[in-house]
Design a protein around this ligand. Structure first.
Ligand SMILES: *[C@@H]1O[C@H](CO)[C@@H](O)[C@H](O)[C@H]1NC(C)=O
Ligand SMILES: *[C@@H]1O[C@H](CO)[C@@H](O)[C@H](O)[C@H]1NC(C)=O
Ligand SMILES: *[C@@H]1O[C@H](CO)[C@@H](O)[C@H](O)[C@H]1NC(C)=O
Ligand SMILES: *[C@@H]1O[C@H](CO)[C@@H](O)[C@H](O)[C@H]1NC(C)=O
Length: 507
């Protein structure tokens, strides 16, 4: 082990020296390349800007199609909502009716797991099929997707000692769903029976991509080791992934032969990735899909979500309920309230300061608000705190493929947590007021001479609904303290940052 490490290190140094010699030559080439690119680009820019300016003149920022007299269709408003396709064909926004969900389930766990599907699935607006290993009792009034028993796969070879051969059945769900011949399908979206989708945000992601091309969209595991064992190029099935129609079609033609070439793989998603690799289609990473390969409390991850829409949550049976004093299903039902009001902003973080009392306040909209004594910088607060354990049930910060921060041991730095309890919505103004109640756990004694956040019982967050949040460049919202005379209540306004505004940590 040591020897081989040394060898590879020496080799590394060698190439570094050669690299230095070559770098001068490279610089000359690079400068040449840059100047040529610049010339080409300026020429192109001129032609692009003329064509866009004519689109912009079309009128007010309302989403609608305008058919000009010569039959060319134009998309008005945000250019990300519509694209013009090459052949002059209309390309409308992808809606739920264009998506078919393929849900991997087992008959044994169905009675319990179906409750997770009920949280997000809307039978009248969505199409979906639950693929099972055996028949289950169904009741059409439950509003669940139709159930189907997967075709027999016992003639496929499965040689992995650790896994289960149901992986083969599950990896064929996309192909089997495609063969049902449903009309007007643009995307097949895979998930497990313990995956909860935020479907509005799923659409926001899918609308970034052209469904007429081959896309494989999803995300990795939180666990660095899992990603090494499986692949850093694999969409983890529990977090869910999307496959565009043309890719599903190409896959179904070759998948059964492909699967036979990988009998030793562990799961369904690595089989899928192997076939994607044969088709030459890489994973398009969208980090709002969450596999959540962790144990314990998701709090740290949900309180500091990356600046991207929340698309899915998974492993909900593995982690603790996301709200205290609630069952897992009840907790998710509670999260569904803000999800309905302002899905784009769900669990989006904003960070601000109470300058007088010297507190740092972190809002995860619709989930929780934290008050910390003292001033923490934004770059600290945007890192998830390690309230969870890794996939091997250890507290190990090297285990993750992203930055985390430790839970502070200083008794004064233990945050005061307020969990979402209820919401009011004014539909005329499109404004929500979400309420967060303090989690009543004893905070350790603190000797710092400063205001005690325990005097606050309730936090109100005022926010304008913002369905176009993700049509703009990603940016955290700003939060501001509002004046209030009521004792025990803190009022916070969360909104798009004003021109020149940002949250400055004061000393
Ligand atoms: C069609 O109409 C649009 C908008 O009026 C115009 O910009 C475009 O050049 C026309 N295309 C053709 C082929 O005439
Ligand atoms: C937990 O929930 C129950 C029932 O909803 C409620 O009666 C009880 O007061 C709650 N306990 C805490 C500590 O919030
Ligand atoms: C919404 O706000 C407006 C303006 O403040 C108010 O007149 C209206 O009564 C509110 N509607 C609801 C349902 O609270
Ligand atoms: C708070 O109280 C002061 C003095 O009693 C009063 O003038 C002010 O209008 C109140 N502000 C709010 C927001 O209620």
């Amino acid at each position: 082990m040591k020897e081989s490490e040394k060898v590879s290190w020496e080799q590394g140094r060698c190439t570094a020296q050669q690299g230095r010699l070559q770098s001068q030559k490279l610089m000359v080439w690079l400068m040449l390349l840059v100047s040529i690119t610049y010339m080409v680009y300026t020429l192109k820019l001129v032609s692009v800007s003329t064509s866009t300016s004519s689109t912009c003149k079309q009128g007010p920022l309302i989403m609608k199609h305008v058919v000009s007299s010569n039959g060319t269709e134009w998309a008005e408003g945000s250019s990300r909502q519509y694209f013009r396709s090459g052949k002059g064909k209309r390309r409308e926004k992808t809606e739920l009716r264009h998506v078919v969900f393929g849900i991997a389930a087992s008959s044994k766990l169905w009675e319990h797991r179906k409750n997770y599907i009920k949280i997000w699935y809307k039978k009248d607006k969505m199409r979906g099929v639950v693929w099972l290993d055996d028949r289950v009792k169904t009741d059409p009034n439950e509003g669940l997707p139709q159930t189907k028993v997967s075709t027999d796969t016992s003639n496929f070879v499965y040689t992995n000692k650790l896994g289960h051969r149901s992986a083969i059945r599950i990896s064929r769900i996309v192909s089997e769903t495609l063969r049902m011949g449903l009309k007007d399908v643009r995307w097949f979206v895979m998930g497990d029976d313990d995956t909860v989708f935020v479907t509005d945000n799923l659409l926001r992601i899918l609308n970034k991509y052209d469904h007429n091309q081959m896309y494989y969209i999803g995300s990795l595991s939180e666990s660095h080791l899992q990603n090494i064992f499986f692949s850093y190029g694999m969409a983890y099935g529990g977090g869910g992934f999307a496959i565009s129609y043309p890719l599903a079609k190409a896959l179904h033609k070759m998948q059964d032969r492909c699967i036979q070439r990988y009998p030793s793989l562990y799961g369904s998603d690595d089989r899928m990735q192997a076939c994607m690799s044969e088709l030459g289609v890489p994973l398009t990473k969208e980090i709002g899909f969450h596999q959540y390969d962790v144990y314990g409390n998701l709090f740290g991850l949900l309180a500091a979500h990356p600046v991207t829409p929340l698309v899915s949550l998974h492993h909900l049976d593995v982690v603790e309920p996301i709200f205290p004093n609630a069952t897992r299903v009840e907790a998710l039902q509670r999260l569904a309230i803000p999800m309905k009001l302002d899905s784009a902003s769900l669990i989006q973080q904003s960070i601000c300061y109470d300058k007088q009392r010297r507190w740092t306040i972190s809002v995860s909209w619709g989930f929780a608000v934290q008050i910390f004594r003292g001033i923490f910088t934004q770059r600290e607060m945007e890192m998830p705190s390690r309230t969870f354990l890794n996939w091997y049930r250890r507290a190990d910060y090297t285990a993750y493929a992203f930055n985390t921060r430790p839970v502070s041991r200083n008794p004064c730095q233990k945050p005061f947590v307020f969990y979402f309890s209820k919401a009011k919505y004014n539909s005329t103004l499109q404004q929500s007021v979400t309420e967060y109640d303090r989690h009543l756990v004893p905070n350790p004694e603190c000797r710092w001479q400063m205001a005690d956040p325990a005097t606050i019982d309730k936090i109100e967050v005022h926010k304008q609904r913002d369905p176009h949040l993700w049509d703009r460049a990603p940016r955290r919202n700003c939060c501001r303290l509002m004046k209030t005379n009521k004792t025990g209540i803190m009022k916070i306004d969360v909104a798009v940052c004003r021109d020149g505004e940002f949250s400055e940590p004061s000393n």
